[in-house]
Each structure stands twice: as C-alpha cells, then as structure tokens.
Ligand binder design. Structure first.
Ligand code: DGL
Length: 248
C-alpha cells in the first residue's frame, strides 16, 4: 500500500457525509471513494451476520479500487463488524466511528445525557462495553428505529413528526445529546427545536483527526487533487446529487 491509494468511506446511505465533511476539512489532498449502500439500507435492524457479510462485500470492492484506508462511517456497521473486519483483513487500516459517549465522560460527565442511535448500535456488545466503562448513571438510551431511514429519504415533515413523537419527553430532562448515528447530525437543528439548547456530542471531528495521525504515522499522506468519487449500490442519481449538495 502507498500514499496514492484512495480513502474508502462507507455507510448504509448518505449519512456518512457527516464524517467525510469533517475529514476533508483537514485532509483536502486525499482522493476519496464514498460508497452509499442504499441497496441494504437501513443497517439498523439487521443481524450481526448480515452486517458482517454486507461490510465484507464493500471491503472487497474497496480493495479492488485500491483504497489504502477504510473508514466505517456508520455506527451500526462499526459496532457489529469492525472487529470482524480487522481480524479478517489485518493488512488493512480501518478507522471506525462509534457513539461519542467517552466525550461525555471527558467533558460533561455529571450532566444527564441522551444517547440516540440505531437499535443495532444500542444493543451491540461494543456499545455496551463503552457504556459500562464510561457510565455516568444519568444516561437515557434511545433506539431511534426508523429515524435514519427517514433522514435518508429526506422527508422533512416525517422527520419532524418522528422527533416530536419520540424525543419531546426528554425536554428539560437532558443537557447532553450523543448523536450515535452518522445520519443524525443532519437533523441537529430539528432536535434543538424540540429539546432546546443541549450540548451535542458527535465523534466525527475526532475520527478525522485520528485518521490524519494514522496516515502521518504510516507515511501515507497524499499530495493529490482531493477528488471525491461517489458510488451508490443502487446507482441512485438523486443520492449522488444530495450527497454533493451536503458536502458544499
Ligand atoms: N448511519 C448509520 C449509523 O451510523 C446507520 C443507519 C442505518 O442504516 O440504520 O448507524
């Protein structure tokens, strides 16, 4: 592997744009391949084995595309398949997002906290280890079944209704909100409208920093043009347009 390889980034759809946008701020000269797996969307309700199989296929594709690093820009895929992929492909570098619950521990430990994530992430062994390690005992876990899918579809009315129905009961009760799914930063404003001024925790900036440090350590920093290639597993043109719109 060498510096000229691409950085492969994937999610079940376009939610991973919230990760890629942080990465390109500090690594503008890398070439990227973003893979939006809308064919298998949503990941949130799938079994561990299904997720592993899906991720394995994407990794094979990234290898063919000469990716030097793979960024798992999906909390659900990270929580269920990151360890499996690292063991299966020890020669590859994987950078995986996880709910920023440790940040709550580091910066706002004593405050009541709402963790929003997919059911898959909240039930995963990986997240439960994180919760056990950093538990502030003032944490509400909210599996947001179907929310990532609504964000993926981009139906604003449905998103508003969903949030109103599912998070209004936390208004005045929580001060921290962990955005434990890469789609959720896209509706941060809507969440604020319902919960008021809360502090958001999103692992994307730290992931980007970690990726940069790893590339430096491996001597893999690129001095290229910063090209971004988008692929959708169903070839959906509207996804591509929305993705580039969001990256602006
Ligand atoms: N964006 C994803 C995550 O971070 C997954 C959404 C889904 O497909 O359910 O968990």
């Amino acid at each position: 592997m060498n510096a000229s390889g691409k950085i492969g980034v994937f999610d079940s759809g376009i939610g991973g744009v919230t990760i890629l946008s942080e990465i390109i701020k500090i690594l503008p000269n890398e070439d990227y391949l973003y893979y939006s797996d809308s064919k298998n969307n949503p990941y949130g309700d799938k079994s561990d084995d299904e997720i592993k199989q899906i991720c394995n296929n994407i990794v094979q594709h990234f290898i063919e595309e000469n990716c030097k690093v793979i960024v798992i820009a999906c909390n659900t895929a990270s929580s269920k398949a990151a360890q499996y992929l690292r063991e299966k492909y020890p020669q590859l570098l994987f950078i995986a997002i996880e709910p920023a619950y440790k940040m709550v521990h580091d910066y706002a430990y004593d405050k009541p906290t709402l963790v929003m994530a997919t059911k898959g992430t909240i039930q995963s062994e990986k997240f439960n280890l994180l919760l056990k390690k950093y538990n502030n005992h003032k944490t509400y876990l909210l599996p947001c079944v179907g929310l990532a899918d609504k964000i993926e579809q981009g139906n604003q009315k449905e998103i508003k209704e969903y949030l109103k129905e599912n998070i209004s009961c936390y208004q005045g009760k929580v001060e921290n909100v962990v955005l434990g799914c890469t789609h959720y930063p896209l509706v941060q404003e809507e969440i604020t409208k319902i919960l008021g001024q809360v502090r958001f925790f999103n692992g994307a900036p730290n992931l980007a920093q970690h990726l940069k440090e790893k590339l430096e350590e491996y001597g893999w920093l690129n001095k290229g043009k910063g090209q971004i290639k988008f692929e959708d597993s169903q070839g959906l043109e509207n996804k591509k347009n929305r993705f580039f719109e969001m990256l602006k």
